[in-house]
Design a binder for this molecule. Structure first.
Ligand code: GLN
Ligand code: ZN
Length: 747
């Protein structure tokens, strides 16, 4: 029984790659020093995988930034504006990833998008009319050879041509057929050259196959691979992940691949598909160890599933690349009791070997593993479970209706037309971060810390009043992160010390772990929200993170459903909402920045597998407030064009979102679909330090008013301001309030 993995975390045990790369960005390392560093890191990882007893070791899963970008660079998919600049190869690479501004030119970074249903991001390749695809780079060959010299045989990994085309942006008028033909020729050359170097296998990642695949797309996939698989000089593994390939399964098994990799964890139909028949002449790479979550594998369950698969030619693997989990539990300080439940990347290698050993009878580790799942966890909270079981439709329904509330709130608040507000946070300056860190390390007293936060709040409230904002915020200075801050105040949460996962480039996230039933232990935001409200006669918005976002940015439990976990969080946040209301907070914003993140990859599952419970979970949070309490929500990006009815069903009174970058196009859709929630389509882009002029904002407001009825419009920036500096923040918001003032006078 052989074992392998789809990919390994490249950032290193202690995020070494991040720190080295950032040093290079700051000119503290030369490119050759960085390259040397990376080579040593790769060697370390290959050796670690080998020593774990894994048979098939991947290469070219390493990347300085993103493997999709690597593939684009390997294949000469580099936009003309970057090509023509007099930059070195690595400067071009990083220019595509992060933009370039210097003596050799000024170009923007390529757009970055979420990698399927993960929090990893890829750089979107751009294929232009003039793009000519051929093998222009050598990374994949170099890394294969590098391992080989070390005596390690690897299987080079690369994104497959179908997915690459699916993810790329095409310039209008590009000859798609020519591009496809060139791409096929380039992959053939990669096969040949790797074969010549001695590689036995290549792994082509085609995760796009787990989405809904249309007949045309399937035909395209088939056409590509029929050509590609004629006498390949190497064995080809078609690797899929993040779901099952029900639309493409028949086509895939009929093609002459040597191995097919399927996801048995997220792929709900994978087992069913395989049981219908799997070709005897191919290897089945069965993804049975979860590459996305941090819990121990349930060996008994896995083995039972494997027994149902007849294929004798089985390779055990992970459900997706281990890129999506942290490196190792070894450096964590959880108790042994707790730690035994976790498997990060390194531990997952051992799990694969364990399962193989159990199957061949070489080792009996089944019992120890079974014990982990036999005992119920000690942080069960029966009261919460009972509350969830007792929920009825009424708990998810806010009364009175939206329209009735609209009238009640209109007279209760008596806002001017085009009420102005911000999204929550103000700049988290060095001083703010430093003070929080000092407090955490107990270098300053609670009193001193509280005094500091109070002063920040006072200063910013005074300033907000001065520029004439209508609904104020306290500024979120006490929060490190919009999920961790809440997790730390809820029971059932655990925090790793070093559980970093790459989000994009050198940026990592450290998702908290939902360990047990979640409940609110004590008020979370009440102290600072009520403090702020007491300082002013204006309305101060309470500021909370919604349950779906808290769940989506955590490692969720596997012993209960995502739905139940989310409902538990929703009940905890509901308590907070009611507590805020009781304490005189009349407007409460509940952010759902990551609402889309776990939206199923198959559109056909959206309403039956996700929105059917996530939208009600949001409603549960605010269903019990008074009619005159105004509920706001915020979503980053206007990424909800395709789920507009669902967003309206959140039944918030107001939603703010980012529209400035998408050119307000979403407003047409809102109008057409009779969106009733009042909207604050951000009037300027906070992701750039640029200060919008008064006239520019006025124009944007007029554009909004051409599409949305005046009484439904709010004016705000498009996201929180915590990453911005103070000068541009104050200048931009001053211009924003001035623009509103002028528009109001002209109405
Ligand atoms: N209230 C949060 C803030 O202003 C919202 C952040 C977000 O949308 N990502 O920072
Ligand atoms: Zn946002």
């Amino acid at each position: 029984m052989k074992t392998t993995i789809i990919g390994f975390p490249r950032i290193g045990e202690n995020r070494e790659l991040k720190f080295a790369t950032e040093k290079y960005f700051r000119n503290e390392l030369t490119i050759s020093e960085l390259t040397d560093f990376a080579r040593e890191l790769r060697q370390k990882h290959w050796e670690l995988i080998k020593q774990s007893g894994i048979d098939g070791i991947p290469s070219n899963d390493f990347s300085f930034y993103d493997t999709t970008l690597d593939t684009a660079c390997l294949l000469n998919i580099i936009p003309q504006e970057v090509k023509t600049l007099n930059l070195t190869e690595s400067e071009k690479y990083f220019a595509l990833a992060r933009g370039y501004q210097g003596e050799k030119g000024d170009i923007k970074a390529r757009p970055m998008k979420k990698w399927f249903n993960t929090n990893y991001h890829y750089i979107v390749p751009k294929i232009e009319k003039g793009t000519s695809i051929f093998v222009s780079g050598d990374k994949i060959f170099k890394e294969y050879h590098e391992a080989k010299v070390l005596g390690i045989e690897t299987r080079p990994v690369i994104i497959g041509p179908y997915t690459l085309l699916q993810l790329s942006e095409f310039e209008l008028g590009t000859d798609q057929q020519r591009i496809t033909d060139e791409l096929i020729a380039a992959y053939k050359e990669i096969f040949e050259r790797l074969g010549a170097l001695g590689a036995e296998w290549i792994q082509l990642d085609e995760p796009s196959l787990v989405k809904d695949v249309t007949t045309e797309e399937l035909a395209e996939f088939k056409a590509i691979y029929e050509k590609l698989l004629t006498e390949p000089q190497i064995k080809v593994l078609l690797q899929t992940y993040f779901g099952d390939i029900r639309d493409a399964y028949e086509t895939v098994i009929a093609l002459p691949f040597d191995g097919i990799g399927l996801d048995f964890v997220e792929g709900r139909k994978t087992l069913e598909l395989v049981k219908q028949g799997f070709p005897k002449d191919k290897l089945l790479f069965a993804g049975i160890v979860n590459g996305k979550n941090i819990w121990r594998n349930n060996y008994q369950q896995t083995i039972e599933a494997l027994k149902e698969i007849e294929s004798e030619r089985l390779v055990l693997t992970t459900s997706c690349s281990l890129l999506h989990v942290p490196f190792t539990t070894e450096n964590e300080t959880f108790s042994a009791e707790i730690n035994q439940h976790f498997a990060f990347a390194k531990e997952k290698l051992a799990e694969l070997v364990d399962i193989a050993d159990i199957l061949t009878g070489a080792k009996d580790v089944l019992q120890v593993n079974q014990k982990l799942f036999a005992e119920s966890r000690f942080t069960e909270n029966h009261a919460v479970q009972e509350k969830i079981n007792a929920l009825t439709e009424k708990d998810y329904t806010r009364q009175p209706t939206f329209e009735q509330r609209e009238t009640i709130q209109k007279s209760a608040f008596d806002y001017p037309v085009l009420p102005t507000t911000t999204i929550g946070s103000f700049p988290q300056t060095r001083e703010v971060k430093l003070t929080r860190a000092k407090y955490k390390r107990q270098e300053i007293s609670e009193e001193a810390y509280d005094q500091f936060i109070a002063q920040q709040i006072n200063d910013w409230l005074e300033w907000q009043e001065k520029i004439g904002l209508d609904v104020l915020v306290h500024g979120e200075f006490e929060r490190n992160d919009m999920v961790e801050y809440f997790g730390q105040n809820l029971s059932g949460y655990l925090f790793s010390k070093n559980g970093w996962v790459q989000s994009y480039g050198t940026r990592g996230v450290k998702p908290p772990i939902i360990w047990g039933d979640v409940a609110r232990e004590k008020p979370i935001t009440v102290k600072w929200s009520t403090y702020a409200q007491k300082q002013t006669d204006k309305i101060v918005k309470g500021m909370l993170t919604g349950p779906v976002t808290i769940l989506n940015w955590s490692f969720p439990r596997e012993d209960i459903s995502l739905k139940d976990s989310t409902l538990q969080i929703a009940l905890a946040i509901q308590e907070e909402v009611l507590d805020l209301e009781k304490n005189g907070i009349r407007v409460i914003q509940i952010d759902e920045a990551a609402l889309r993140e776990k939206l199923p990859l198959r559109k056909t599952d959206w309403y039956s597998e996700y929105l059917d419970w996530s939208i009600p979970a949001f409603r549960l949070v605010h269903s019990k407030v008074q009619a005159a309490t105004q509920i706001h929500t915020h979503m980053c990006y206007s990424e909800f064009t395709d789920i507009i009815p669902a967003i309206d069903q959140m039944d918030a009174d107001v939603i703010s979102f980012e529209a400035s970058r998408s050119n307000l196009g979403i407003l047409d859709e809102l109008k057409q679909q009779h969106f009733r929630t009042a909207v604050g389509p951000g009037v300027y882009d906070i992701h750039s330090p640029r200060v919008p002029a008064v006239n520019e904002i006025k124009q944007t407001i007029h554009k909004i008013l051409a599409k949305v009825p005046l009484e439904k419009v709010w004016i705000n920036p498009d996201c929180g301001l915590k990453t911005r500096g103070i000068p541009e923040t104050t200048a931009s918001l001053t211009n924003m309030t001035e623009a509103v003032k002028q528009v109001r006078e002209e109405l």
